[in-house]
Design a protein around this ligand. Structure first.
Ligand code: ARG
Length: 451
């Protein structure tokens, strides 16, 4: 038949391998079967094909499914291979399956069908990660630690406040993944090659059967856009970037002895017997580069593509799979590393006081007693240390008055204590245990809402 003739003409040749997406298509095997079934059911419901033909095709699809992806005949891609497998089983009537559609709307539907699940799985991974962060934070609401800017000692905080800072960021990453999901979960099926079809199809019906929220209306747009992949990969690259910051913090902290990673998340050296290295976190850090590379690769592939379908799109798909697999794995690893790490309270408390990290609290205390903040800042900067005599000398130099006349001595002394320095910063969102208690509750509510 003419199909066979066409196939023969295009099936061989040196570029066959190059053209094929068969290996990568294993990932959308199940999606393609679902899309085939929905399409065939709709065709029969609309009276476009006979009920008996639909039944025959659906039976063949069940059989193709049980045989599995590896049993598929050769084909340029999974769509062609499944169609061939159906025709091999039931004869030419199987060819009715491809009425009123094209591989272009078919593949776009398959990618969305699979990618939406991947996005939901990735979102779930972020939720588990947030739970791990919150659990560890709750256990360390009073564990004082150094806070850094420019990697220099800045102000003491708590382990809970530090971890919550990442939970907040990951919560937004969850939101972005769910946002990308919402726009991925729309059906392009029925766009056909790009130009619609004369058959009286029901696009809403196939969308519904496949669990899509709505239809991508314009047929040229539907078959050719991959902007849903851009959004998803972008959300994943953003998540990987968030996580890479935490990985880097943990690498630095473990270097300073401020956190102790479980052996499960560390690695040793093949030659240096004493080594315990934070390799897993370094790989997590590197994942942000891979995900950014995927985003860049995807956008570069899509850039400048004319309407409508172009085969370049086949190359774009892989970036979605790479990003989702690598980033989800990295998030699982970092969640495990956080859940099992130990935070040595004494070392953290000692480090929290290093580098006159309470200086800002002392200046705040002087300002709260009535000095202009800039004058208070000058006094503390002039003293350059928490030594009370030095502060007094600086006060006299800057204002002509002794420290005792400017502020309550006990309050100044208290501000020099890292734990008290944390406790006084009880503004909304601040590190004081009182403020953090509320933040922990709200974060837990946020996780519960996302589950
Ligand atoms: N496998 C292709 C893809 O992933 C679909 C093939 C459509 N082929 C075509 N010549 N229009 O995009």
């Amino acid at each position: 038949d003419s199909t066979a003739v066409r196939r023969d003409r295009f099936s061989g040749g040196p570029a066959r391998e190059f053209l094929s997406s068969m290996d990568a298509d294993a990932r959308i095997f199940a999606a393609d079967l679902a899309v085939d079934r929905a399409h065939v059911v709709m065709l029969a419901e609309q009276g476009i094909i006979e009920a008996s033909a639909a039944e025959t095709i659906l039976g063949a699809l069940d059989d193709v499914e049980s045989a599995g992806f590896d049993a598929l005949p050769d084909g340029e891609d999974v769509h062609e291979a499944i169609e061939t497998a159906v025709i091999d089983r039931v004869g030419p009537v199987g060819g009715k399956m491809h009425t009123a559609r094209s591989r272009n709307d078919e593949v776009a539907t398959c990618i969305r069908h699979r990618f939406r699940d991947d996005l939901l799985d990735a979102a779930e991974t972020t939720i588990a990660f947030r739970e791990a962060l919150l659990e560890t934070a709750a256990a360390h609401a009073d564990t004082v630690m150094p806070g850094y800017t420019h990697l220099q000692p800045a102000q003491p905080v708590t382990v809970a406040h530090f971890l919550l800072s990442y939970e907040s960021a990951v919560a937004r990453d969850t939101e972005r993944l769910l946002d990308a999901y919402a726009r991925t979960n729309r059906s392009p099926l029925g766009a056909a090659a790009f130009g619609g079809t004369p058959f009286d199809i029901d696009r809403e019906r196939t969308a519904d059967l496949l669990g899509f929220d709505s239809v991508v209306e314009n047929s040229m747009d539907a078959s050719s856009t991959r902007d849903f992949l851009v959004e998803g990969v972008s959300a994943l690259a953003g998540l990987a970037t968030t996580v890479s910051g935490l990985a880097e913090d943990l690498v630095v902290f473990s270097n300073k002895g401020l956190v102790s990673l479980s052996d499960d998340y560390a690695s040793t050296s093949s030659i240096m017997p004493q080594k315990k290295n934070p390799d897993t976190l370094e790989l997590v850090r590197a994942t942000a580069g891979d995900a950014t590379g995927a985003l860049q690769g995807l956008l570069t592939t899509l850039k400048g593509l004319p309407r409508a379908y172009n085969r370049d799109l086949q190359s774009a798909t892989g970036y979605g799979w790479t990003a989702v697999d690598e980033v989800a794995e990295a998030v699982e690893v970092v969640a495990g590393a956080v859940a099992t790490a130990e935070w040595p309270a004494d070392a953290l408390a000692d480090a929290a006081g290093e580098g006159f990290s309470t200086a800002t609290g002392v200046a705040d205390t002087l300002a709260m007693a009535g000095l202009p903040f800039r004058t208070a800042h000058e006094i503390v900067a002039e003293a350059g240390t928490g030594d009370l005599a030095a502060l007094d000398g600086a006060a006299r130099e800057v204002t002509g008055e002794p420290l005792a006349d400017l502020a309550d001595g006990e309050a100044v002394e208290a501000a020099l204590d890292p734990a008290a320095s944390v406790a006084m910063r009880d503004s909304f969102g601040g590190p004081a245990p009182d403020a953090v208690a509320g933040a922990l509750d709200r974060a837990a509510d946020g996780v519960a809402a996302d589950v």
